[in-house]
Design a protein around this ligand. Structure first.
Ligand SMILES: Nc1ncnc2c1ncn2[C@@H]1O[C@H](COP(=O)(O)OP(=O)(O)OP(=O)(O)O)[C@@H](O)[C@H]1O
Ligand SMILES: [Mg+2]
Length: 455
């Protein structure tokens, strides 16, 4: 599609010559003799590019630039200025002009500038589209769960979303660290700012520095052209450093400097580039211990944990399970084109009682498998993997009181055992029963006592 160009100039001959020239290149043109009628045309036709003279009787070119920003924000403005009035061109840039052109106009220059604007517009649309697609395909931004722990996390996100301070998210695998990161970005910066995720564990060793900070052409063999790093790409938005615990030790001082100075110099580059980014880091490692062991730098650790968010494992917030199941089922149904909405109570009890070493991601995988097996609109116990079915008694009617009490008892005992670090004597004491009673109940309820060393 050829670009629609509007020419605003009081000199008739210049205006018509320019229009003929552009039309001969395949652009579509409209012309206006003054600012007022130019703005009216722009409002009606939303041209891709507006070429406006700066010196005109009536409203000035500067005023045209200013008013176009509101009237037709999609239009890019190129101001045409006589040699020697560059100051005004600078003012025009401040008011939002995209480019300027010196009189006399060199046709090739003009064509190149219009094409460049067209290409930029196309890329903007593409980036916007890709960002949406990525956000939809990724873990999402909606943080589900009303347990006290998750409610606190949500409150914290609310409070810190707009601050520039770094955030460190801690939690076991699959607890939702990336969801939290995306949710912070979404609340604070919105969809238009970039969210760039880097998996530090996957950074290729020799190229890690260039991935982070970019490189200049010729900086090393294979650097055939200038390339921005993730800091530059994320400028104005969020840089998510996932698995920060795997960041190579020798790169950590450079990373710290980039975070503190908010600018980077490309490998082999000469001038630093400003990179205002918000840093969100995540890990399932014990960074404090790594600092003590000397495998993670203390100064970097302190810098990134200005705000710390800890996501507890799912088994410590089992009350979140029904909400998560509902949320994940909806998402999975969309993806797998299924219509399962309901979950049989017995199946839900089993899901709530499970230990979920892989946390929410594991729950999601189990639901996906179950959905494939489910034929009707209800997810039943028999759709769950065998190891899950064992913890509920399938012979009993699902709403049976004794079954419910039994499931609750199993769940409660498991939690207390876990809190007692797997020590059964201690767990029995906390439960107010004999150790021998506990042993018997464990057996009857078919509960696996957690592994422990000192038994
Ligand atoms: N509270 C939550 N609300 C909604 N979805 C969640 C929640 N927690 C986790 N999920 C979902 O579980 C899956 C795993 O979450 P995520 O990728 O954020 O985990 P993670 O902590 O980054 O895991 P890992 O350490 O393995 O990278 C995703 O599909 C995500 O959408
Ligand atoms: Mg993750």
């Amino acid at each position: 599609m050829s670009a629609k160009v509007l020419i605003i100039d009081d000199e008739e001959l210049f205006r018509e010559d320019l229009a003929t020239l552009l039309e001969s290149e395949g652009f579509r043109c409209r012309t206006a003799a003054d600012g007022e009628s130019g703005l009216e045309l722009a409002r009606q036709e939303a041209p891709d590019v507006v070429l406006t003279d700066l010196m005109m009787p009536g409203i000035s070119g500067l005023e045209v630039v200013h008013r176009l920003a509101e009237l037709s924000p999609e239009s890019a403005v190129i101001v045409i200025t006589a040699f020697g009035s560059l100051d005004t061109a600078v003012d025009a840039f401040r008011k939002g002009a995209a480019d300027y052109l010196l009189k006399p106009v060199v046709p090739e220059d003009l064509f190149a500038k219009i094409r460049r604007i067209q290409e930029m517009r196309r890329l903007e649309r593409e980036v916007h589209y890709l960002r949406r697609a990525v956000a939809e395909a990724g873990p999402g931004i909606r943080l589900v769960g009303s347990s006290p722990a998750m409610s606190r996390v949500r409150e914290l996100i609310e409070r810190i979303a707009e601050a520039p301070s770094p955030v460190l998210i801690l939690g076991d695998t699959g607890t939702g660290k990336e969801v939290v990161a995306r949710s912070i970005h979404h609340r604070g910066k919105g969809d238009r700012a970039p969210f760039v995720a880097v998996n530090c564990a996957a950074l290729p060793r020799e190229l890690a520095e260039s991935e982070l900070f970019g490189h200049a052409r010729g900086a090393f063999t294979g650097a055939v052209r200038d390339k921005p790093g993730v800091f530059e790409i994320a400028a104005g938005g969020t840089l998510f450093l996932d698995e920060i615990g795997e960041m190579p030790l020798d790169l950590q001082p450079k990373l710290l400097r980039a975070i503190e100075e908010q600018r980077v110099t490309r490998v082999g580059g000469v001038r630093p580039v400003d990179t205002p980014v918000r840093i969100i880091a995540a890990t399932n490692r014990d960074l404090g211990k790594m600092v003590d062991d000397g495998t993670f730098r203390r100064d970097l650790y302190f810098r990134i944990r200005v705000v710390e968010i800890v996501l507890p494992p799912l088994r410590q917030r089992r009350e979140d399970v029904p909400e998560l199941v509902d949320h994940l089922l909806r998402r999975l149904c969309l993806r797998l084109k299924r219509k399962v909405r309901a979950v049989e109570p017995a199946a839900m009890r089993v899901l709530m009682a499970a230990d979920w070493p892989g946390n929410v991601r594991e729950l999601e995988n189990v639901l996906e498998r179950a959905l494939i097996l489910a034929d009707g609109d209800t997810l039943r116990l028999e759709h769950l993997p065998a190891e899950f079915r064992r913890s509920d008694d399938p012979d009993r009617a699902s709403d049976d009181l004794r079954a419910a009490v039994r499931a609750y008892e199993a769940h409660h005992i498991q939690q207390v055992l876990e809190a007692a670090g797997g020590n059964r004597e201690e767990a029995a004491r906390r439960l107010g029963i004999d150790p021998s009673t506990l042993y018997r109940r464990l057996k009857e309820l078919e509960l696996q006592p957690p592994a422990r060393g000192d038994d």
